[in-house]
Design a protein around this ligand. Structure first.
Ligand code: GLU
Length: 337
């Protein structure tokens, strides 16, 4: 399809460095102060347990590609990773299966429709479309190596733990709560099966997918996981290579176009970073070669993106010069809503 001779591949794409550490520290603290009082949005309610979150929680963490963390607020609160798992499971499957296979079996185009849309599958002749909506995420989970659902789950749990640099645990309560409410995902699984898009049992795969969404993380974990992608697939905290640089790049490309639900275009326009969010209130935003921001705040907008998290990312992207499309850091006085 799109080919490049090996000798033509650039060794390093360089988009600049982060500002000095004291400045990063100051801007993280300032972003936290600036948006902590914002109380727009609502808690997710379609998984009953998520409604019990404290609407005041707000954690912000930035981890650079050298592993340094700058943090403010509730960065130790644990919450279920939800849709953010899709990004990292996609990376693991790309690592195992290769770029072409995943491109053909799952796809990489935006649907423009809600994350759990059944119509999107029907409109696209059974294609799951991309790994960041539920259909594509279920198709991706089905491709995970392992002879049984239990082995696939173990690969996912250990793989996401390597991204985070520590063992991640399942939140059994969230898992059971979502298992009772995931009829729609089961329907999507069956629909993909009817189009011949799954080689696994759809209900087993949806169960593995539900578990992956129930892994507990913190804002700091998200920043470390994102920094691993920013660092070309090597975890900057543990030094472990989790995926290849090519897989890190491919994952970030998909996040840029599909990571923020139906608001992905608007997000890229305003913030200019590959990112993924989840309905429990987390966001990970990645600045390749520099680091990643992990945010957690459970009040969501109508698309399911954390309100405070988006505002903090917009502020940090501009004040730290993180955007992929910026040739230099913009002064903070420019439009920062
Ligand atoms: N576990 C949720 C679902 O599949 C994830 C939703 C989300 O974070 O977007 O419905």
């Amino acid at each position: 399809m799109f080919e490049t001779d090996t000798q033509d591949v650039a060794q390093r794409a360089f988009t600049g460095d982060l500002p000095p550490e004291v400045r990063v520290e100051e801007l993280i603290a300032r972003a936290h102060r600036r948006y902590a009082g914002l109380d727009e949005g609502r808690l997710a309610d379609y998984i009953p347990l998520l409604e019990q979150a404290d609407p005041g929680w707000f954690g912000l963490s930035l981890v650079s590609v050298d592993g340094t963390e700058h943090a403010a607020g509730d960065t130790e609160v644990r919450f279920s990773i939800q849709s953010i798992s899709k990004a990292f499971v996609f990376a693991l499957v790309c690592e195992a299966m290769g770029h072409e296979q995943v491109h053909d079996r799952v796809g990489v185009n935006n649907t423009g429709l809600p994350f759990n849309s059944v119509i999107a599958v029907e409109l696209n002749d059974g294609s799951p479309m991309n790994p960041m909506v539920n259909a594509g995420a279920i198709a991706t989970t089905a491709l995970m190596p392992g002879g049984t659902p239990a082995e696939q789950w173990e690969h996912i749990r250990s793989g996401l733990s390597r991204f985070a640099g520590r063992p991640l645990e399942l939140d059994g309560e969230v898992y059971r709560s979502e298992r009772k409410a995931n009829q729609r995902n089961k329907a999507i699984g069956r629909l993909l099966e009817s189009y011949g898009r799954l080689d696994t049992d759809p209900l087993d795969t949806v169960d593995v997918y539900t578990r992956q969404c129930s892994l507990l993380v913190t804002a700091t974990d998200l920043a470390v996981m994102g920094a691993t992608l920013a660092d070309g697939g090597t975890n900057p905290r543990t030094g472990e290579r989790v995926v290849s640089a090519e897989v890190a790049r491919d994952t970030l490309s998909v996040l840029a176009s599909c990571g923020m639900y139906e608001r992905s275009g608007e997000w890229l326009f305003e913030i200019g970073l590959p990112a993924k969010s989840g309905v429990s209130g987390g966001i990970v935003a990645v600045s390749p070669g520099k680091g990643a921001v992990g945010t957690f705040s459970p009040l969501l907008d109508l698309a399911g993106n954390s309100v405070r998290g988006q505002r903090a990312c917009a502020y940090l992207s501009r004040s730290l010069g993180l955007s992929l499309f910026a040739s230099a850091a913009h002064p903070v006085s420019q439009k920062v809503s």
